[in-house]
Design a protein around this ligand. Structure first.
Ligand code: ADP
Length: 380
């Protein structure tokens, strides 16, 4: 929070000083002889002021009494969703429909009051802005109000994502840990041989789930921080899907799901990290197998389309509801939490897939129809 106030303060000071310099230059411009030979450096101040206003990421609006916009930079225009050329000369309240901002600007103009606050503005989308209003002396006895706005929307989104992330991880770890604690205490209390075996099996399963979760988290952290060392080599995607499909064959047979690898266009080779691409296919096949009931089928395919290589996993399973589809690549997003628990999902598999594919310069998209199946296609 403090840095926002400091940044806003520093910007205000800088913009205020430059505004004054520009004002003075304008005053001196009036006194300049028509040949323009005097005060060569003076127009520079105004030009510098304009350039500064255009390049700073903070929104700056200057308002003169009784509340008319005299200048607005493009950052402010973007933040408030208005066209700069239409804003200059118009009343602030007509352009930026915020009574809160109008009141603050009026206080700055009338009493020289300086205020800072987080305000919410609704233009095309809702934005959270840290807004500082301050009076500046024009040098001719009149005041102008300076509005400096810093967009905190993305920061707030990231803060909320971080909070969600911590709470998701804690929740995902707490459940198996609680189960393990209860089972261990029961074992310590003494149980018969059969129950003891069941408890130990459960403890082992819960521990594996936690290890898988922590490994997924570490993978994701490495992918997100860009620290993951991708070892690029020439990878035959056809061979790759055949290998992964054969490693999953016995599992598919047990589930009574038909599993095939299809290689179109005589095979496709790309430059990539083989182990990471294997992880992509394993995650996609794992999801497909987990979500396809007995009697269904899962197909991994590679080929070329529009001159690009693609790798696709299609299934005839449960499908994904259309409202859930845009979220499946988000960390910890699971379509049906109660089902995911029994099926062992952590909600990280597709986030990892997306990161790996993007680290290869590719894209991944999902199509699905509820009750009919899903297709996940990676394009490189
Ligand atoms: P998880 O590890 O829980 O499967 P993912 O990130 O891999 O997490 O998937 C996110 C959500 O999308 C999960 O709830 C998962 O069940 C759902 N999902 C992913 N792939 C499929 C699929 N092929 N069919 C149906 N649902 C799927």
């Amino acid at each position: 929070m403090d840095y926002v106030v400091l940044t806003a303060g520093a910007l205000l000071a800088a913009v205020g000083l430059l505004a004054l310099a520009a004002r003075r230059s304008a005053v001196r411009d009036d006194a300049r002889p028509p040949d323009g030979t005097l005060h060569d450096s003076v127009p520079d101040a105004a030009a510098r002021f304009d350039t500064l206003l255009e390049v700073i990421p903070a929104g700056v609006v200057i308002v003169e009494p009784p509340g008319r916009i005299t200048a607005i930079n493009s950052s402010a225009a973007k933040m408030f969703g208005i066209a700069p050329e239409r804003a200059v000369g118009r009343a602030l309240i007509e352009c930026i429909r915020s009574y809160e901002l109008d009141r603050r600007v009026a206080a700055a103009l009338a009493q020289g009051v300086e205020e800072s606050a987080e305000l919410t503005f609704i233009a095309a989308t809702e934005r959270r802005l840290h807004v500082t209003t301050r009076a500046i002396d024009r040098g001719d006895g009149r005041r102008e109000a300076l509005v400096v706005a810093i967009d905190r929307t993305r920061m707030m989104e990231l803060e909320s994502m971080r909070r969600d992330f911590v709470s998701n991880v804690s929740h995902e770890l707490r459940s198996p840990l609680t189960a393990i604690k209860i089972m261990t205490e029961t074992l310590q209390g003494g149980v018969d041989k059969a129950a003891s075996k069941e408890f130990l099996d459960n403890i082992s399963r819960e521990t594996e789930r936690m290890i898988a979760l922590v490994e997924d988290l570490l993978d994701l952290a490495r992918l997100e921080s860009g620290k993951l060392d991708l070892k690029f080599e020439s990878v035959d995607l056809g061979d790759l899907i055949r290998d992964v499909v054969s490693s999953q064959a016995s599992r598919a047979a047990k589930l009574d799901v038909r599993l095939d690898a299809l290689v179109h266009d005589g095979g496709v080779t790309i430059a990539g990290d083989r182990d990471k691409l294997v992880q992509v296919v394993v995650n996609l096949l794992d999801n497909a197998l987990r979500n396809t009931p007995a009697g269904g089928s899962v197909t991994a395919a590679v080929g070329r389309s529009d001159g690009k290589a693609y790798l696709e996993v299609a299934d005839t399973g449960t499908g994904i509801p259309s409202e859930a589809l845009p979220h499946v690549f988000e960390r910890f997003y699971v379509v049906d939490r109660s089902r995911a628990k029994s099926k062992g999902g952590t909600g990280l598999g597709l986030a990892i897939v997306k990161h790996i594919v993007e680290a290869h310069g590719g894209t991944v998209e999902a199509q699905s129809e509820l009750g009919r199946g899903s297709v996940f296609r990676c394009t490189f």
